[in-house]
Design a protein around this ligand. Structure first.
Ligand code: GSH
Length: 220
């Protein structure tokens, strides 16, 4: 059986969990936190998510896990068949990761540790988010899913990538990414309205206290 290592507060963990649930795969969720010995045994980088396949292969990096699941369990598919359409999906997933998630993540030390973020960093993050917004405005179809009528990896990655700009944008940047892209709020509501999303969101809420306790141990 597949084992997914991570914790339900993590947006990256939840991207992979969403794909596993969507595909109806049997999997075990092993709750581990960054840097723990159990996690280091599967991912020497100590980051979540990590995964052990049914064949025993240890893997890490959410995009690698998502692609693995698609290769090993192509049905129900999260990538179109046609190479150009597949590339369009991957382009949007990459946009979400690089321009929304990774940039906004730089402000998490303020959210979880009360750190002062230098103005130059705030400016850089806002500029990168604005670039992502321009990209999404041009590239997203919202028909009703990001690349058209089918739910794809781009929708899953975007949903959990946007969690971070949603958390930091209004409070630290005076910038609401959701409001900045026409159709994104409706898409976001659509993505939240499924049994899978509701389960993931409920698991995340239930993990909040334990995650906060873990953060305190990290600060010493
Ligand atoms: N590029 C990685 C990023 C994963 C990531 O940043 N995970 C966070 C939790 S949401 C983590 O493990 N942080 C702990 C750390 O950086 O030490 C992926 O796509 O899986």
């Amino acid at each position: 059986m597949i084992t997914l290592y991570g914790f339900p507060f993590s947006n990256y963990h939840n991207m992979v969990k969403h794909a596993l649930l969507h595909k109806g795969l049997d999997f075990e969720e092993s709750i581990v936190y960054p840097g723990s010995p159990e996690l280091l045994a599967v991912n020497p980088l100590g980051k979540v998510p990590a995964m052990r396949t049914a064949q025993g292969t240890a893997l890490s990096e959410s995009s690698v896990l998502l692609e693995y699941l698609e290769d090993a369990h192509p049905q129900p598919g999260l990538l179109p068949r046609n190479p150009d359409d597949r590339a369009r999906v991957r382009r949007l997933a990459k946009l979400a990761e690089l321009y929304f998630e990774l940039s906004a993540r730089r402000l998490l030390p303020a959210v979880f540790g009360g750190a002062d973020i230098p103005a130059v960093v705030l400016d850089e993050v806002k500029e990168t988010l604005q670039r992502g917004v321009r990209g999404l405005r041009e590239l997203a179809a919202f028909g009703p899913y990001v690349t058209g009528s089918q739910l794809t990896l781009a929708d899953i990655v975007l949903r959990y990538a946007l969690a971070i700009p949603k958390l930091v944008g209004p409070n630290y940047l005076n910038f609401d990414v959701i409001a900045a892209v026409p159709g994104l709020a409706q898409w976001d509501a659509l993505m939240a309205d499924s049994d899978i999303a509701r389960k993931i969101d409920a698991d995340q809420a239930a993990n909040t206290e334990e995650f906060m306790a873990y953060l305190k141990t990290r600060k010493g």
